[in-house]
Design a binder for this molecule. Structure first.
Ligand SMILES: Cc1cc2nc3c(=O)[nH]c(=O)nc-3n(C[C@H](O)[C@H](O)[C@H](O)COP(=O)(O)O)c2cc1C
Length: 338
């Protein structure tokens, strides 16, 4: 993968049901990441390419690379599904070794594989033997603790990878445990491939600081890009000029209305549309007001009109004020505290 030397590589994190094709296309206007990664595609004996993954890959307007993320356990299944992928224009395959959803890791896939460095080794060896596409890996620092972290990185070091993304907390720490970027630094010191830091990077300044502290090559950003779609542009500007565009509440307002439009297309009725849009508002609302009044009001909206009223009154009222890019403490995205 060719990325500009000496500049921070930015990636949009895979986020199931959030980083959809319509959502990714919004970044064409707000400033694109250098890399997109699809949400995970579960591989098992009966799996093919899901419709939402296919949607991500066909007729993309973006020229930025996209990796398809696979989640599974058996090399033979990874290979079978991976062999279906070259028909699309993709630049690589990302392997998910960090998913914390209990129903996933209890089946011995995702984050559970961090307990089995030898299985990770086998998966990587067998995929690399049968496939020519670049491979990358997304990990957390361990399942319950970090005892196997160095062993895992040593295994990754034996393979030819495009990049490794380290979500710097344990699987059981879900989204509550404090992120510790020391692990990113340790991974970078042991690996020849590019290393990306991930986890609670909320602003362009923080992205630049994390890269400075860890010597890593880039950042993968998820929820902060949902809150503030300008973040990839801001990182580039901050790096190049030392300052960056600061969005106002009126920018956030028009962005939320755009989200309302794009989510409508994929919802079969108003009720589902409203509840789907709330998935995004759950994150955005963390930055609207420190008392969580907007989130309180948005969560109770039962119709599109009620939701628009909540958006117009709470986000609209701040109009020309700077949009706060870091979540207010104690304003929690429920139900998972993500
Ligand atoms: C709603 C949601 C869905 C996610 N889906 C995936 C996924 O499909 N694959 C994956 O590797 N990580 C997934 N993640 C984890 C993110 O990619 C990322 O590692 C995590 O959110 C931490 O980064 P952030 O603090 O920048 O959001 C998901 C996270 C969220 C909030």
């Amino acid at each position: 993968m060719i990325w500009k030397q000496n500049s921070i590589v930015t990636a949009l994190a895979p986020m199931r049901d959030i980083s959809t094709r319509a959502f990714c296309d919004l970044f064409l206007n707000y400033g694109e990441p250098d890399l997109y990664v699809t949400e995970f595609l579960r591989v098992h004996p009966a799996s093919g390419i899901d419709r939402n993954i296919e949607e991500m890959l066909i007729n993309r307007p973006s020229t930025r690379p996209i990796f398809v993320q696979l989640l599974g356990r058996e090399p033979v299944e990874f290979i079978r599904v991976a062999k279906l992928l070259p028909r699309y224009e993709i630049q690589g395959i990302d392997l998910n070794f960090g998913c914390p959803m209990p129903k996933i890791h209890r089946k011995g896939v995702g984050g559970a594989l961090l307990e089995e460095p030898w299985t990770i080794d086998k998966i990587l060896s067998e995929i690399a033997q049968s496939l020519e596409l670049p491979l990358s890996v997304k990990i957390r620092v361990g399942l319950e603790n970090d005892l196997k972290f160095e062993q895992i990185i040593a295994v990754l070091a034996q393979h030819s990878l495009s990049h490794v993304t380290v979500h710097a907390r344990t699987v059981c720490g879900l989204y509550r445990e404090k992120v510790n970027f020391e692990y990113v630094k340790r991974a970078k010191a042991m690996l020849e491939c590019k290393v990306f830091a991930n986890g609670n990077i909320n602003s362009a300044q923080q992205a630049c600081d994390v890269v400075g502290q860890t010597c890593c090559d880039g950042v993968m950003i998820g929820r902060a890009a949902v809150r503030n779609p300008f973040i990839f542009r801001q990182i580039r500007e901050l790096q190049a000029t030392g300052t960056c565009f600061v969005p106002k509440f009126r920018d956030a307002h028009s962005y939320v209305l755009q989200l309302m439009d794009i989510t409508e297309q994929s919802a079969p009725n108003e009720k589902k549309h409203v509840s789907y849009l709330k998935k995004y508002l759950n994150f955005i609302g963390q930055c609207v007001d420190r008392e969580g009044k907007f989130l309180h009001c948005a969560r109770r909206a039962a119709s599109k009109a009620e939701l628009i009223a909540a958006i117009d009154s709470h986000i609209g009222q701040y109009d020309g004020e700077d949009f706060h890019d870091t979540p207010y403490e104690n304003v929690i995205a429920r139900p998972n505290c993500e």
